[in-house]
Design a protein around this ligand. Structure first.
Ligand code: ZN
Ligand code: FE
Length: 241
């Protein structure tokens, strides 16, 4: 038996993720975009929520914390760089820390840029990373609090993971991102193929994520920028796209 991940569409375009360990019976929620949707999914699966792992403080990521804590008594793990900004936080973690789900371990990676304290959770042995609003399929988070150079370093850290790693982003922005990516690399054959695959998935009402790091390296204009300056330029273009 291995980890079971349930993907939950929340709000207009967020994804909540429940990660369940059948052996220990523990279940974590990556962020808390919509407490009611998460509680409903827990009920459907017959799972009890034991922890929330927050990636950053934005309302569509930590806004359901208070209700989930109230209704399930779960613990809340929050980014050390966002003390005081995450409702119900019990423990603060940062780069190099590990968190556990039953016998499974995840490593915390600091990914400042979108927010200053943003963190990602990497299950190294399972090749899974929950990237919050740092990377999206063919896109990346807006640089709200940090600098483009910081965001580039954060993306670089994630790109150092093995190619088979599956990225689990917090939003379904893929189709929009694809339109922008095509303006940067109109002749990229991998990108053209991915755009078609994404259109088919969306037409069928299916999610386009998770997605492999290998595929993102071939199609994501932000990961393909090659350096902080080029990244900053592409990010600025996207902000007004
Ligand atoms: Zn955010
Ligand atoms: Fe978000």
């Amino acid at each position: 038996m291995t980890l079971t991940i349930k993907q939950i569409p929340c709000l207009s375009d967020n994804y909540g993720y429940l990660v369940h360990d059948p052996k220990s019976g523990e279940t974590i929620s990556i962020d808390s975009p919509d407490a009611n949707a998460i509680l409903e999914a827990l009920k459907t699966e017959g799972w009890a929520l034991t922890q929330i792992w927050n990636t950053h403080h934005h309302f569509d990521h930590a806004g359901g914390n208070a209700q989930l804590v109230r209704e399930t008594g779960c613990a809340v793990i929050a980014p050390a760089g966002e003390k005081g900004m995450i409702p119900g936080a019990d423990r603060y973690v940062g780069g190099g820390d590990t968190v556990s789900l039953g016998a499974y371990m995840a490593r915390v990676v600091d990914t400042p840029g979108h927010t200053l304290g943003h963190i990602c959770y990497v299950f190294d042995a399972q090749h899974i990373v929950f990237v919050g609003d740092t990377v999206f399929s063919m896109g990346c988070g807006r640089v709200f609090e940090g600098t483009p150079a910081q965001m580039w370093d954060s993306l670089t850290a994630l790109m150092a993971l093995p190619d088979e790693t599956m990225l689990y982003p917090a939003h379904e922005y893929t189709a929009d991102n694809a339109r922008f990516a095509l303006t940067i690399e109109p002749d990229n054959a991998d990108l053209l193929a991915r755009v078609e695959a994404v259109a088919a998935l969306r037409a069928a009402g299916r999610p386009t994520v998770p997605v492999s790091l290998a595929l993102e390296k071939k199609t994501n204009p932000f990961l393909r920028a090659g350096g902080a300056d080029a990244f900053a330029r592409i990010r600025r273009q996207k902000d007004t796209f």
